[in-house]
Design a binder for this molecule. Structure first.
Ligand code: ARG
Length: 408
């Protein structure tokens, strides 16, 4: 009987395949692989057989798409969480769910070790490990990629061949890609030079805006308490909403991002992202907040959005500060319900209409026609008081400065 039991986060790619065998060997362990389906397009079929052929005694493959959108993505959307104002954080939001999955299975299986295939210079090791430490403080975490002897892909392939580990030697993509239903992150290859524009083949799900249809397309999105519930008037399940908007947006070249980003470990990286549904939904959701939140709440929400984005990016999903800020966010969303219509056209998402029974827009107050009900005279008293401290200060300073220049 093997001494140890290790639960491994497993994708079936080269790294995690070699990792399963390597761990089994080094730790005299029974290996249990765990794969979460967050809507990635990579093949899940045959993964169980592959894991077992590699040496795993058991293999879990779980469809987490609905849970991912409902309990993770929608929270980030309600929070308006865009890292450094742009990145909708598909990878960063997916990791805490995967960390929780690993912990749940480790506890159920009586395993006291969890292994992952993240490298030592990325953000994902942080998100996995802080998540696991928080949810299961006594579990030991193994990150073989940080310590093992392999220095290159070729060395891993040699090891795999020597030990009969089934690997598909794919046509080598020049990029490193991480994807789920909320978005795709593309790195490496020529993208490592930030002066070089991303080649067209870096993009997987969006049309080049230049080649997108010459006719724009309008899409309406209904929200209830900050959560999208229908597209073009049709009620849909959470996953279907995201899939539908990825397809429509992708067709119109919406959702491409090319950014320099500050990683947790202190380096800057250049990332290319595609996230059509995320861009459309964040744009529409923010618009509905502009319509339904009062000024002070909207301003406070902007600060909280930024803080929540940083927490998610930095791997602190499971934390008191995150939960506390989300309690604020949820309070703000109670009346963020209504419909936003956007027009998608050659890479752009333009809001063209917004409506809500909680709309704070009052046409009688806003209008410049004779229907105007705004009390213009009241502005006089308001300005006398609103400008008072500035007027007072200037009077004092100008008089004092004049006096000072006379006495010099
Ligand atoms: N920079 C992104 C993040 O930290 C993506 C990381 C994974 N990217 C990749 N292409 N493998 O969330």
């Amino acid at each position: 009987m093997a001494k140890n039991k290790i639960v491994v986060a497993y994708s079936g790619g080269l790294d995690t395949s070699v990792m399963v065998h390597w761990l089994k060997d080094k730790y005299d362990a029974e290996l249990i692989t765990v794969t979460g389906n967050l809507g990635q397009t990579s093949e899940l079929e045959g993964l169980e057989e592959k894991a077992k052929a590699t040496g795993a005694s058991k293999s879990y493959i779980l469809d987490l798409q609905e849970e991912f959108i409902r309990d993770y993505v929608w929270k980030a959307l309600k929070a308006g969480a865009l890292y450094e104002n742009v990145y909708p954080m598909a990878c960063a939001i997916g990791r805490p769910l995967l960390a929780k999955l690993m912990v749940d299975i480790a506890l159920a299986e009586g395993a006291d070790m969890i292994a992952h295939g993240c490298t030592g210079k990325g953000n994902d090791q942080v998100r996995f490990e802080v998540g696991i430490q928080t949810l299961s403080p006594n579990t030991k975490i193994l990150a073989p990629l940080r310590t093992w002897e392999f220095k290159s892909r070729e060395q891993e392939i040699d090891y795999a061949q020597k030990h009969n580990i089934p690997i598909k030697i794919k046509k080598d993509s020049p990029y490193s890609i991480d994807e789920n239903i909320w978005g795709i992150a593309i790195e490496c290859g020529v993208l490592e030079d930030p002066t070089v524009a991303p080649p067209e083949d870096a993009y997987l799900i969006t049309a080049n805006p230049k080649n997108a249809p010459d006719e724009g397309e309008t899409v309406s999105i209904d929200f209830e308490k900050g959560i999208p519930v229908a597209v073009n008037g049709v009620k849909m399940a959470a996953v279907e909403i995201v899939k539908a908007l990825n397809a429509i947006g992708g067709r119109h070249g919406v959702g491409r991002m090319d950014v320099i980003e500050n990683r947790v470990v202190g380096i800057k990286s250049r990332e290319v992202y595609e996230a059509p549904a995320a861009v459309i939904l964040h744009t529409a959701h923010t618009e509905l907040e502009k319509l339904t939140l009062d000024k002070l709440t909207y301003r406070a929400k902007q600060d909280v959005s930024n803080q929540v984005a940083n927490l998610i990016y930095d791997g602190l999903w499971f934390s008191l500060i995150f939960d506390s800020l989300m309690a604020f966010v949820d309070k703000t969303q109670e009346r963020v319900s209504g419909t936003v219509v956007v027009e998608l056209y050659k890479g752009n998402t333009r809001v063209i209409s917004r409506d809500s029974i909680y709309s704070l827009y009052n046409k009688e107050l806003a209008t410049y026609t004779e229907d105007d009900s705004f009390d213009h005279k009241a502005a006089e008293g308001f300005l006398a008081l609103y400008g008072l401290p500035f007027k007072t200060m200037s009077k004092v300073q100008q008089a004092a400065d004049a006096h000072a220049s006379v006495t010099v």
